[in-house]
Design a protein around this ligand. Structure first.
Ligand SMILES: *Cc1c(COP(=O)(O)O)cnc(C)c1O
Length: 371
């Protein structure tokens, strides 16, 4: 009865959302701060003053939202936690595509840019949804192991992309390591990879780092940057993600979207998303707080003999010799805190800890101090 293609599906397993007690959730890289109060107000006002809009189809192309995203990027410079970030040109709404969370946006990206006749190049350890979509669309993978210092093996990735004339995808900063390539390093990669194949950079965590690759769009017509509202914009429950790329590529993604679901972003999400963009400076302050807590937690663990990778994200990836990640996870769970461990070979020793508020991190430190 079931289609054969289901044999190729290996669904993504998200961070657990248990109902048995109230946990401090540091396992899904969600933002610990609530949305700006203006976001709730905008939604309430829309429901009250224009309830008929909930019964009508939304703007299929989310034009006002795309303009608001462009404004936010131009004003903030593309990295919320870095006041010195600048984009040397003006990002225009026709460079933006919005979808129902960046997971959906990534699905459109895989469909638009990757063929099944050759493997895409990606790191062995990166966002675990990419292999899921490869199974879904029947796209072969060339998974390049990380270097011994856990950063991307860019030389091997470039060599492989040229050998098989392939597209490339990775998260920058990468997950679950938290390590970012600099913009210059990414530019050097794109310059040496096939020019007629898409080069995808997933900037889900970029607002907690130092540099965005958005400025590279002026030089590289094949660069596609994917971003999400889920992490830095406290929007994981609302579902909103977007692409920034050159307008011709964006048009191709629209063709794919309009062949699948004409209206991915609903009216209330568009309303809330626009209000979020207008209040970006509130989120910028929160991202800076996350960076401070990240530094504090890193120092706390290092002082106790842990190996902690320097992170440019809202989580840290850490291990201690002789301790299994699962053991650490179980210990802090008993204290009412959820973090993430992995059964993926090569990273079983690690835990991934999302950075919460100061109070949440103080509780975690208490739970981990004797480990
Ligand atoms: C969280 C995350 C996403 C997904 O974000 P959503 O917009 O919530 O679907 C995409 N890529 C990476 C690397 C992520 O960590």
């Amino acid at each position: 009865m079931l289609a054969k293609r289901l044999d190729n599906l290996h669904p993504y397993v998200p961070g657990e959302q248990p109902k048995d007690r109230v946990y401090i959730k540091l396992n899904a890289n969600e933002n610990p701060y609530p949305p700006a109060k203006e976001v709730g107000e905008a939604v309430a006002a829309a429901v009250k003053s224009q309830p008929e809009k909930m019964g009508l189809y939304p703007d299929p192309d989310a034009n006002e939202l795309r303009a608001a995203i462009a404004d936010m990027i131009n004003q903030s410079g593309g990295v919320l936690s870095n006041k010195n970030a600048r984009i040397p040109f003006t990002v225009t709404p026709d460079m933006i595509f919005c979808g129902n969370g960046s997971d959906e946006v990534l699905s459109f990206v895989f469909y638009t840019f990757f063929d099944s006749d050759r493997p895409i190049v990606l790191p062995e350890h990166t966002y675990s949804f990419y292999p899921v979509y490869c199974g879904y669309y029947g796209i072969p993978m060339d998974r390049v192991p990380l270097k011994s210092n856990w950063s991307l093996d860019t030389e091997k990735m470039i060599a492989d992309a040229n050998t098989s004339d392939s597209a490339t995808i990775f998260a920058n900063p990468n997950a679950p390591t938290g390590i970012a390539l600099s913009r210059d390093e990414v530019a050097a990669m794109i310059r040496r990879c096939p020019k007629d194949k898409a080069f995808i950079v997933d900037e889900a965590y970029c607002d907690f780092g130092e540099e965005s690759c958005i400025p590279l769009l002026a030089e590289f017509k094949n660069l596609v940057i994917v971003r999400t509202f889920s992490k830095s914009l406290s929007f994981a429950g609302q579902r909103l993600g977007y692409i920034i790329a050159n307008p011709e590529l964006i048009q191709s993604v629209f063709t794919v979207k309009n062949s699948f679901n004409h209206f991915p972003v609903d009216f209330l999400t568009q309303t809330a998303g626009i209000a979020s963009c207008k209040n970006w400076s509130y989120y910028a302050e929160n991202a800076c707080r996350v960076k401070e807590e990240r530094q504090s937690m890193t120092e706390f663990l290092r002082a106790r003999g842990w190996f902690v990778i320097d992170s440019q994200t809202n989580f840290i990836f850490a291990k201690k010799d002789g301790l299994e990640g699962e053991k650490v996870y179980q210990t802090v769970k008993k204290a009412g805190i959820l973090i993430r461990h992995f059964s993926t070979p090569g990273i079983e020793e690690f835990v991934r800890i999302s950075i919460g508020t100061k109070e949440q991190m103080d509780s975690l430190k208490e739970a981990m101090k004797d480990l």
